[in-house]
Design a protein around this ligand. Structure first.
Ligand SMILES: [Zn+2]
Length: 203
């Protein structure tokens, strides 16, 4: 905003003076709490709508505004993370698979943290990751930690498994190109239990 627009905005949003406010030696209104001016003169003696001054934020008003703006940003962030989790997890239980809930028993967890920490380079280099091991060694949990941590950074992730994908493809054979395009649109696609699905030649 230009100074002029800013001045109009402030005129339009001017607040009443608080009882403890006072007029300073320069003739401007001062805040009774932080003792900073709540008004400023227009430069070079100019006037606007017959006024020689426009409202100005004192420190208390600025802090109040910044607090409100931060709360607003936080709410928008939470809404976006919620949307990504609803869209990206095929099972709501996966929401609990987070670094915060980790019991520390999986020695590979540092690799998951590194994957999240270096996400930008990993994405640019198109680097995947294969988690290989016996049943019950925490592979799904580890992958879920990566998914949750990236979603918390507003990065879109899809965590599903090959059996579900085959099911969906079989159900809507005609739209399978769109279906596969949708899967490929996620910056990170996690296929849980990949290779567990023995079965049809198609699979
Ligand atoms: Zn103040």
């Amino acid at each position: 905003m230009s100074d002029y627009d800013n001045a109009i905005f402030r005129l339009a949003t001017a607040q009443e003076a608080e009882p403890e406010d006072y007029t300073g030696e320069d003739g401007l209104l001062y805040c009774g709490s932080c003792h900073k001016p709540k008004e400023a003169y227009f430069p070079e003696g100019r006037t606007l709508f017959g006024r020689d001054r426009h409202p100005k934020e004192c420190d208390c008003q600025r802090k109040r505004r910044e607090t409100l703006e931060a709360a607003d940003r936080e709410q928008k962030h939470r809404e976006e993370v919620e949307r990504l989790k609803r869209k990206g997890f095929t099972d709501p239980a996966m929401r609990e698979w987070t670094f915060g809930n980790d019991n520390g028993k999986c020695p590979q967890m540092a690799k998951a943290r590194a994957y999240v920490g270096q996400w930008e380079q990993i994405k640019d280099g198109n680097h995947g990751m294969i988690l290989w091991g016996e049943v019950g060694t925490g592979k799904s949990y580890l992958a879920g930690c990566i998914a949750n941590a990236l979603m918390e950074k507003e990065i879109s992730v899809c965590m599903t498994n090959f059996a579900l994908i085959l099911n969906d493809l079989a159900a809507s054979f005609k739209e399978r190109n769109e279906y596969i395009s949708r899967l490929c649109s996620f910056p990170l696609l996690i296929l849980d239990d990949f290779g567990m699905e023995r079965g049809t030649e198609y699979g």
